[in-house]
Design a protein around this ligand. Structure first.
Ligand SMILES: [Zn+2]
Length: 317
């Protein structure tokens, strides 16, 4: 199995459920397993990996009352009646399954090790740049660009360093698109320019519009409903944000309420600078677009509240 075939297999594990609900659990577990391979420890005992997996789901998955890392680990091993050759689940025969197909967690802890199968792992060990590309591509299908590096280093860790002779994915995007066309997210190239122009090229939160030698920098178009979650490339699904507020918006540290006021997550740590850059804008209205019909649409904001913002209770008060 090579990179293209592997990505084809991963693509068969949906990252999004109906209604744009985030369901990245299997892909996050695959990233974890890829990181294990690169650090030379292919199989992970479920009992030992459980904590790290739960952490990963909490950091990069949607907000849920309880995380269930055992489910993706278990379910990756089968597709319908067939077992999946590239995913290894050692000790599975000792794990009882209930009527809904859920494995016994104590039995998983006692008996199961999991990871990429030997042959695929060997491929990635001898082609580390492909592993890196795969990781970036999978990460791109789960989170927006502002969070991609964070997710890759959280999963690949020290193994994330790329051999110097290889270009980073941003430059080799075309190559990857060639090997894995099914991964392509079709984007409207005018989205960014239209969003920036709708808001006079200013961050809608802090109003900054820095220019150096007359060139604007650090101002970006954010998708409210992520592009990876089929968010449309329309101005009413976009926000013009400075790089810091873009990162905070994608991370769920801030959102907009239905009255288009900034809302900051109460969990965002407070120190003097964070106070000034984030908390000071809490409940302030954003800059309105020149054309009011281009304002952020409520259904896009509701998606962001549900799937990204990490303090939904704050919106009620
Ligand atoms: Zn800003």
């Amino acid at each position: 199995m090579n990179l293209s075939e592997f990505l084809g297999e991963v693509a068969r594990q949906p990252a999004w459920a109906r209604g744009g609900e985030r369901a990245p659990h299997k892909r996050l577990v695959i990233l974890y397993a890829l990181g294990r391979v690169l650090s030379g420890r292919r199989l992970a005992k479920f009992a030992e990996a459980e904590h790290a997996l739960r952490e990963l789901l909490e950091q990069f998955g949607p907000l849920r009352a309880q995380q269930h890392p055992e489910q993706p680990v278990w379910r990756l091993a089968r597709r319908g009646e067939e077992s999946v050759a590239w995913w290894e689940l050692e000790g599975a025969e000792q794990v009882p399954v209930d009527s809904s197909g859920n494995p016994s967690i104590p039995a998983m802890r006692a008996h199961v090790s999991f990871g990429l199968a030997q042959e695929l792992a060997a491929y990635f060990v001898s082609h580390p740049a492909d592993a890196w590309l795969a990781a970036h591509h999978i990460a791109a299908s789960i989170v927006p660009e502002t969070l991609r590096e964070e997710l890759v280093s959280a999963t690949l860790g020290a193994g994330a360093s790329l051999p110097l002779e290889t270009h980073p994915p941003s430059e080799t995007e075309l190559v990857v698109r060639e090997v894995a066309p099914s991964w392509r997210i079709v984007r409207d190239p005018r989205f960014s320019a239209r969003v920036l122009s709708a808001y006079d090229e200013r961050c809608v939160v802090c109003d900054i519009a820095p220019r150096h030698r007359e060139r604007l920098f650090g101002i970006e178009a954010a998708h409210i409903r992520w592009a990876a979650a089929q968010g449309p490339d329309e101005v009413w699904n976009g926000l013009c944000l400075c790089r810091m507020h873009h990162a905070g918006f994608d991370r769920g540290a801030l959102t907009l309420d239905e009255n288009l006021r900034v809302r900051v997550a109460r969990e965002l740590a407070r120190d003097a600078r964070t106070e000034a850059l984030f908390h000071a804008f809490d409940r302030r209205p954003i800059r309105s677009p020149a054309d009011a019909s281009q304002s952020p649409r409520p259904e896009m904001l509701r998606w962001h509240h549900r799937e990204v913002f990490r303090d939904p209770a704050a919106l009620v008060s």
